[in-house]
Every structure is written in C-alpha cells, then in structure tokens.
Design a protein. Structure first.
Length: 296
C-alpha cells in the first residue's frame, strides 16, 4: 500500500514520544529530524517539510500544556494537528448548488482521468443524481471509447464525437443535451508533459465549459514534480479540487498529497484500486490518524 513507509516512520515517531521518560529539547530536536526525514523520503517538497516542522517545533516550545493531559500527549496532539492542517485540514466538498453542475477533470497522461471520470460518475449516481459524462479528449484515439465503456458499465450516459478535433466545439455541440442532467463530468485531454499546446487547449475548453469545479487528477507516483504541475494547472484553469489516484500502489505519494497546498484546493477523493468502487472520499483527520497508527 502506498505511504506504508511514511506511516511506519511516523508511527516510530509516535512510539518514541510514548516511550520517552520526559520531553526535553533533545527529544524535540530528534522528533523534528525524524519527521523531516520521513516526509522527505515520501517525496514531499523540501520547503513544505521545513515549514511544517518549524510550526511543530514552535508550538511545542511556545505553547503551555493544557491541564488534564501529559506533555507527551500534548506533543502527539500537536504533531497530529499540524499534519492534518498540512494534508487538508477540512474535508473538500462538491455541493450540488445548480443544475447542471459541471465538473471538469484535468491532468497529464497516465494519471487516470478517464477511469476517474467513471468512478466519480458512479459515486454521484449511487447518491441518486442524474449524471452524464462527455469526452473532449480529441488527442488520444481510444479516449471516447474508454469513457463510453465506463459509462455503459455503470449506466451513465456518455457523449462525444471522435471525428471532431476541436474540444471546445465538441462540447458546445452537446451543450443543450447536457443541460438536462444534474451533474456533467467533462473528461479533457492530457499530454505526456506540460506543454504550451496543452495549456492553450485547456484555456479554450475552460472558456467553453465554464466549469463549476476544475479538478486536477494526479497520480500518487508523481513525486517532486507534483508542486510545479499543480501550480501550472491552477494558473491555467483555477483548480478547485484534487483527486489522487494510484494510492493502492507502491509509490511514495507525499508529493501528490502535499501539492494541494500550492493551489489552496482540497483533496476531494482518493483512488485506491482498479475497480469502479475503489474510490473514497478523502477525510484528512481519518487519513492522518491511520498514518500515525491511531486507527481510522
């Protein structure tokens, strides 16, 4: 499972606190170094790691331990709180405030946008919403067919036209039909790398769709490139949320998880497997609890 090494390292930090006889400056410095090492090994950006650990150290030194709990318990609480703040603080939400609510998925090749479109459609359909998907990926030959098959599997209508090479025109040609649905999920094209061509295309489709949510789909295996990628997509189409895929693999994962701090957008969902139901709402408090070995 992805992040197992990070989880093991952080559990070690928690155990070190629990087993210590008392909390002193030496222990605090050792803990900060251990947390830094754990996060850096998980591909979290160096600056973000330093900022986080400085906050933890400052709170430990500056804040008085509340009555009723030990210094060790307070230290564990500070580490937990700051990791939660770092990885999302509050849950991200997609609320159905208008119809159709348009959710546009963006990201590079290989991150699982089309698979994620099906998972997201299934998530909302199971909650009683009338959902449609549209493929505006005119770059990848099999994109429409893959989305169509995903839709067929879950009973969701899919729109697209493999012959149309202009994504904005393609969307506009189906717009009146899409207006009949509660939620419309727009699957966009990617590229192997961030390029001027992709950015121009995203600007065009973003203007045509005027999405209510622009969601960045990012693989857990992206590593240190996550921060730059998140920033460019955010600058191009104002990313409002992130979905992390491939959290069932062996990737380090920290880069993708921490990249959200660049955009200010929250992680909405995580993909934890190949199946259509391997898709979970991201709950940062539960996620950090499991990372630290405190249960869900």
């Amino acid at each position: 499972m992805v992040l197992d090494k990070l989880s093991d390292s952080l559990k070690g930090v928690m155990n070190k606190i629990s087993n210590s006889l008392f909390v002193d400056e030496k222990l605090i410095n050792e803990l900060v170094k251990e947390i830094q090492k754990s996060l850096l090994m998980a591909d979290v950006n160096v600056k973000l790691v330093l900022d986080l650990t400085q906050k933890i150290k400052k709170r430990i030194i500056d804040e008085e331990t509340p009555g009723g709990i030990s210094k060790k318990e307070w230290l564990i609480k500070i580490v937990y709180d700051e990791l939660v703040n770092f990885l999302g603080s509050e849950e991200g939400k997609i609320e159905i405030v208008k119809k159709p609510l348009k959710i546009m998925l963006v990201g590079l090749f290989g991150n699982g946008k089309t698979t994620t479109a099906g998972k997201l459609a299934n998530y909302f359909k199971k909650r009683g919403h009338k959902v449609a998907m549209i493929s505006t990926d005119t770059w990848r030959p099999a994109a429409y067919e893959q989305l169509r098959q995903n839709g067929e599997r879950i009973g969701v209508d899919v729109f697209g036209n493999p012959k149309e090479k202009d994504p904005a025109k393609l969307y506009k040609s189906f717009e009146s039909e899409l207006n009949k649905y509660e939620i419309v999920i727009i699957d966009t094209a990617g590229r192997d790398v961030l390029s001027d061509e992709l950015i121009t295309e995203l600007v065009s489709i973003n203007d045509a769709v005027n999405p209510d949510h622009s969601v960045l789909v990012m693989g857990a295996d992206i590593g240190q490139a996550a921060q730059k990628q998140a920033q460019v997509f955010h600058d191009t189409c104002n990313v409002t949320g992130v979905i992390i895929t491939k959290l069932d693999g062996t990737a380090k994962g920290g880069g993708a998880l921490s990249a959200c701090s660049v955009t200010g957008a929250k992680i909405l969902f995580i993909g934890v497997g190949e199946k259509i139901d391997d898709f979970e709402k991201y709950k940062p408090k539960n996620f950090v609890s499991k990372l630290l070995g405190m249960g869900d």
